[in-house]
Structure formats: structure tokens, C-alpha cells
Design a protein around this ligand. Structure first.
Ligand code: UDP
Ligand code: MG
Length: 319
């Protein structure tokens, strides 16, 4: 029987001191498994010696497949490029800095053999993460879960296994700004979680600058939810309600208690009323804009759990 094939997708950005070590660790782990394998390194515009090292690894071992992006597109698009080109029966995406331990590959594969389509790892703790990073990350996921249409698991990382079926489905999501964790959650299929503790980086420092981290966080909020656009609607309604209360108060003072306060209540009521109206209209525009935004993402309308490969790759809604 033909052996199944595993594609390992690794985004690389200035990882010259990690690549050799990572490759050897994967080779060692894979030696004990009954699978054909390849590593697709997606170089995300590295400016150090990473590309030369990848070229050497490719010469030495045909299972190493480098792909070179034209510039630094960021981790999420580098991963997407790898997933677009990985043609194994099963694909694992992982970082090249050893924070996603290759020793866990057999554990991921075990769940795949049990029939799971996606095995999502959850970082319980990162040994070298600062207190600040841990708290902001925890708070962020709580907030995201509150506003997101689909649950996003706290601690979710981009270390995951995907069956070919899930990879084909993933390829149908063509939006530019993407938060892969949220997207995979939205896809469905049979998913399993695996908890792990991320060790410190093997070498070098994090390639996620605060700016990149912020961008990813913002993409997470705005791609998983159109709630921010609707905020105007809620504020507007609250403001209109408050203006109604003040109007009633003015009417009461004028006609019932006849103890009128000069000036401010009427101004206040008008302010709240017009402020509320404006926010309400903005919220309504936001509602339309949000819907337009959802449509422009051109996400697949549905994904099939079972079907012929061509149906899984291109749903009937695509033309
Ligand atoms: N990475 C990338 N492009 C970037 C930033 C990072 O391809 O613009 C890669 C990086 O080489 C690593 C993975 O994405 O393999 C995760 O990055 P990093 O380890 O710096 O993130 P952290 O673990 O600190 O969150
Ligand atoms: Mg890392």
C-alpha cells in the first residue's frame, strides 16, 4: 500500500540560526513514523542567511521544498502560501524556531488516524512569555470571543494539523486580511484540541514586532466580527433613550410641577436627541457596510464534509 504523505509548512523570517536544528529535529521525529514527508519552508522575505541555508538543505535532501516570497508579507500570508501548495494527505503548520516542538508531531498524527480533520494545539503557557504578553493575550481572547460570531480558543496557535479535506476547504477562503485561527474555527469539520507548553525559542528573538502583533490583533477583531461597525447603533439608541427621558422631565416640569429649570434641560434633550440620531444613522450605515464587507470577502457559502475532491476544493457556489 502506498504510504501516506505529510507536508510540514513552516513560515520563515530571518531564522538563520534555527533552520538546520529544526530540520534535524523533524527528520529525527519522522524517522520513527510510517509516512512519506516533506517540509515546505516559506521564506517570508528574509534578509539574513536563511535563503542560502534553505538552498543548501534542498540540495542535501529532496524532501526540503523552499518557497521564496517576494517580500515580507507576514506570518499569516506565508502560512497561506504554504497551505496553497502543500499537497500531502495531511498537513502540519508550525513555526521554525522550535517553539512548536517537532516531538509533538506523532501526537497530532495520532488524532488524525483517529479520524479528526483538524488538530488545533493550545498553548497552555509559553515559558519565556512576559507577564504583560500573557495578560494582554488572555484579555484579548476574552474580548474576541465576546464579539466574534464563532468561538476563538484562547491560547490557540498556528501549530495545527489539517487533513487534506480541511486544506482544500481552507484554500477557498481568499480574503486578504486574515486571522487563520478564527478562520479555521469557522470552517467546522471534526476538530480536536491538543494542549502543550511552548518552550523558549531555540535561537534568535521573536520576529513579531509590537506593530505586527497589533496588526494581527486588529485583523482578528475586524475579520471575526462586524460588531465595531454596529457600535454607533447601540450608542445611538442609548442616547435617544436618554434624550426621551430628559424630554419627559422637561414636560413634567413645565406642565405638572410648574417649577421649571431654565435653560439646560431643553438644550440637553436636544443635544442627546441629535447626537443619538447621528449615531443611529451611522450605525445603520455601519450595518450596511458590515454586510458589504462580509460579502466582499467572498467566503465559501458552505463547506462539504464529504464529497468528491473537486467538490471539496471548489464548491458549487464558485464559478
Ligand atoms: N514569521 C514570518 N513572517 C513574519 C514574522 C514571523 O514568517 O513577518 C515566522 C517566524 O520565522 C517563525 C514564525 O513565523 O517561524 C513565528 O514567529 P515568532 O517565533 O517570531 O513569533 P512568536 O513565537 O514570538 O509569537
Ligand atoms: Mg516563536
Amino acid at each position: 500500500m502506498k504510504k501516506k504523505r505529510l507536508s510540514i509548512v513552516v513560515p520563515v523570517y530571518n531564522e538563520e540560526d534555527n533552520l538546520q536544528h529544526f530540520y534535524e529535529a523533524v527528520r529525527q521525529t519522522m524517522a520513527g513514523l510510517e509516512l512519506d514527508w516533506e517540509i515546505i519552508f516559506v521564506d517570508d522575505g528574509s534578509r539574513d542567511k536563511s535563503r542560502a541555508i534553505l538552498a543548501r538543505l534542498e540540495r542535501e535532501d529532496a524532501r526540503v521544498q523552499p518557497m521564496l516570497l517576494a517580500r515580507n508579507y507576514g506570518h499569516q500570508l506565508a502560512l497561506t502560501c504554504g497551505l496553497d501548495h502543500a499537497d500531502g494527505d495531511v498537513v502540519i503548520t508550525m513555526d521554525g524556531d522550535m517553539q512548536h516542538p517537532p516531538e509533538l508531531i506523532p501526537a497530532l498524527l495520532k488524532y488524525w488516524h483517529e479520524g479528526y480533520d483538524v488538530v488545533q494545539t493550545i498553548r497552555d503557557a509559553t515559558r519565556d512569555a512576559s507577564w504583560l504578553k500573557r495578560t494582554t493575550s488572555g484579555g484579548y481572547y476574552k474580548f474576541l470571543n465576546l464579539i466574534s460570531e464563532v468561538p476563538v480558543q484562547p491560547g490557540g496557535s498556528d501549530f495545527r494539523l489539517m487533513d487534506r479535506k480541511a486544506v482544500l476547504a481552507f484554500r477557498r477562503y481568499r480574503e486578504h486580511a486574515r486571522f487563520i485561527r478564527g478562520l479555521i474555527g469557522a470552517m467546522g469539520f471534526r476538530q480536536k484540541q491538543l494542549h502543550f507548553t511552548a518552550p523558549p525559542r531555540f535561537a534568535g528573538s521573536s520576529k513579531f514586532s509590537p506593530r505586527k502583533m497589533w496588526r494581527l490583533a486588529v485583523d482578528g477583531v475586524f475579520t471575526c466580527s462586524t460588531f465595531p461597525l454596529r457600535l454607533g447603533l447601540y450608542f445611538g439608541m442609548a442616547s435617544l433613550f436618554a434624550s426621551g427621558c430628559v424630554f419627559l422631565h422637561v414636560l413634567y416640569e413645565t406642565f405638572v410641577s410648574e417649577d421649571t429649570t431654565a435653560g439646560w434641560p431643553t438644550i440637553m434633550a436636544c443635544l442627546l436627541f441629535f447626537g443619538g440620531m447621528q449615531l443611529l444613522i451611522l450605525g445603520i450605515i455601519g450595518e450596511y457596510l458590515g454586510r458589504t464587507y462580509e460579502e466582499t470577502k467572498r467566503r465559501p457559502l458552505y463547506l462539504l464534509e464529504r464529497g468528491k475532491p473537486e467538490d471539496l476544493a471548489h464548491g458549487l457556489d464558485d464559478t
